[in-house]
Design a protein around this ligand. Structure first.
Ligand code: BES
Ligand code: MN
Ligand code: ZN
Length: 523
């Protein structure tokens, strides 16, 4: 998708379609009102119905306003997010069409929402076989932020997962123009668009890897994709097999890999820009289980097919390294992906087995389906050994995080408040949602073993926390963040802004997080 910034007046632009955001400027929120009325014991009759939306199109071009005026005044629109209307041959505009896209209440409207609207615009227009359009950046959001949100959101919307359908249309938007107004610095906006493009394309690169089924995305293939990408963007990439994994004494990683006929891969990508200081060195560690059967503690058949996306954390790190290599922040980063299948077989590990991790800690295997934390234990330890001063891991780690947070927020765990503050800012910039869960010492009880240092499964209660407590044993004192993306790496429902399938969650935040270290160094 080619992206252009234009300062042309919207009315003057010849395009297949203009896209304009419609916001509701009415003061009261329906839901807020409901609450206050309940509190006062009134029935919810008349007053609520008065809360009519006051809809305005977000463009100061009078021709756009008048093209939208009749529809907005008609009373037909609710103004709720993702309401879409397409008008043909709008009077006074050179555009062939204008798509009016509601964004909800103006006071709540932020970059997060704009990203989704841009995705919705792409999905709506491409389904009509339209290949290019122009999005009017709403002036309620600072121009650079708006440009980033529109480009990233549009790229997310441009992805469809139906790769192997014979009738796959693979309709895509080829060209996006962003119309901005006012006294804006065009060069700065072009830079923002170019960076957002790198990030959005890297996110889709990750989604591409996650989408492939396990027979087409083995550890070996994942490693080859990482290598190919690394060569393209100038990263160093090494891939190690079973021998090296054993030689490094990665007993936790190997305990998962030993049961599979498919060889494992330890993927290491290094980004070492000239002029970057020795420290900090960031370690991004991803769970790369290309298929999780559960092993001997086998999973039920129902839904097992989804376990092809159990390498999403690893794919996220590969995509993040791609973006980082292209954006060139002055900070050292190492990406580590522990890739293997988790299979039952005559060679597979069994419940009760004791494994010695690379760090020397002994682990009693209670459940062979708690395999993600095993591969990450050695991945995190290895990252520290390579000199990483800060660690972030991403993993589709637990069903329990889905119970806790559903499909909306990823779970975030950390042993370092400063890291949390920094990552929160990155989340906000990237328009992603994650929620911090606790790691109190009390939870340590849950992973005690009678025979070894720790068990790999702390049972049912606080399952997502137990998994994180396990990882904490290997991060030790190094500032570390763990992202449990089990509920957010894949979406079962198609949304107006995103197709059903892999989401690429966490990549954008990781990239913003890495960039923030470079910024600190400069200051
Ligand atoms: N890969 C799964 C977690 C998962 C669940 C990812 C749902 C995506 C969607 C992980 O390896 C797993 O099996 N976890 C177990 C841990 C338990 C045995 C302690 C789980 O959550 O049930
Ligand atoms: Mn599992
Ligand atoms: Zn798993």
């Amino acid at each position: 998708m080619k992206t252009t910034i234009s300062l042309t007046a919207p009315a003057q632009l010849e395009t297949e379609s203009l896209v304009a955001v419609v916001l509701d400027h009415s003061e009261k929120d329906h839901s807020e009102k409901d609450h206050s009325e309940k509190d006062h014991g009134h029935s919810s009759s008349d007053k609520n119905k008065d809360a009519k939306p006051h809809l305005r199109v977000e463009s100061n071009d009078p021709a756009v306003q008048s093209a939208a005026a009749e529809l907005l005044a008609s009373g037909e629109l609710s103004g709720k997010p993702f309401e879409i209307n397409l008008l043909h041959k709008p009077a006074g505009l050179k555009a062939k069409r204008i798509l009016l896209l509601s964004g909800g209440k103006t006071k709540k409207f932020a970059g997060y929402d704009l990203r989704r609207l841009a995705g919705a615009a792409v999905r709506s227009l491409k389904s009509r076989a339209i290949r290019s359009f122009a999005f009017i950046a709403p002036s309620t959001i600072p121009p650079e932020e708006a440009v980033r949100a529109i480009v990233e959101g549009a790229l997310v919307g441009n992805f469809d997962a139906d790769y192997y359908r014979s009738d796959r249309k693979d309709q895509k938007i080829d060209a996006l123009t962003i119309l901005t107004s006012g006294n804006t610095d065009k060069a700065a906006l072009e830079k923002a668009a170019a960076e957002a493009q790198i990030i959005g394309e890297s996110q889709n690169f990750t989604r591409d890897l996650v989408n492939e089924p396990s027979n087409r995305m083995t550890p070996t293939i994942l490693a080859e994709r990482a290598k190919k990408m690394s060569a393209e963007v100038g990263l160093k990439c090494e891939v190690y097999g079973a021998d090296k994994i054993k030689e490094l004494k990665m007993g936790a990683f190997w305990s998962v890999a030993q049961g599979s006929d498919e060889p494992p891969a330890l993927i290491i990508m290094r980004y070492e820009p000239a002029g970057a200081p020795e420290k900090p060195m960031l370690g991004l560690v991803g769970k790369g289980i290309t298929f999780d059967t559960g092993g001997i503690s086998i999973k039920p058949a129902d839904g097992m097919e989804k376990m092809k996306y159990d390498m999403a954390g690893g794919a996220t790190m590969i995509g993040a390294l791609r973006a980082i290599a292209l954006l060139k922040p002055k900070v050292k980063v190492i990406g580590i992906v522990c890739a293997t299948e988790n299979m039952p077989s005559g060679k597979a590990q069994k419940p009760g087995d004791v494994q010695i991790a690379m760090s020397g800690k002994s682990i009693e295997i209670i459940n062979t389906d708690a395999e993600g934390r095993l591969v990450l234990a050695d991945g995190l330890h290895y990252a520290k050994q390579l000199g990483c001063t800060h660690l972030v891991d991403a993993a589709t780690l637990t069903g329990a995080v889905v119970v806790a947070l559903g499909y909306t927020n990823a779970g975030l765990f950390t042993n370092d408040d400063a890291m949390y503050e920094r990552f929160s800012k990155a989340l906000n910039k990237a328009g992603e949602k994650m929620w911090r869960l606790p790691l109190d010492d009390e939870y340590k009880e849950n992973i005690k073993s009678g025979i070894a240092d720790i068990v790999n499964s702390g049972g049912r209660w606080a399952g997502a926390i137990n998994a994180a407590m396990f990882l904490k044993e290997f991060a030790e004192d190094t500032p570390w963040i763990h992202l449990d993306i089990a509920g957010t790496a894949w979406t079962e429902d198609q949304k107006p802004w995103i197709a059903k399938g892999p989401t690429g969650i966490a990549l954008r935040s990781l990239v913003e997080f890495v960039k923030s270290f470079a910024a600190t160094e400069k200051a």
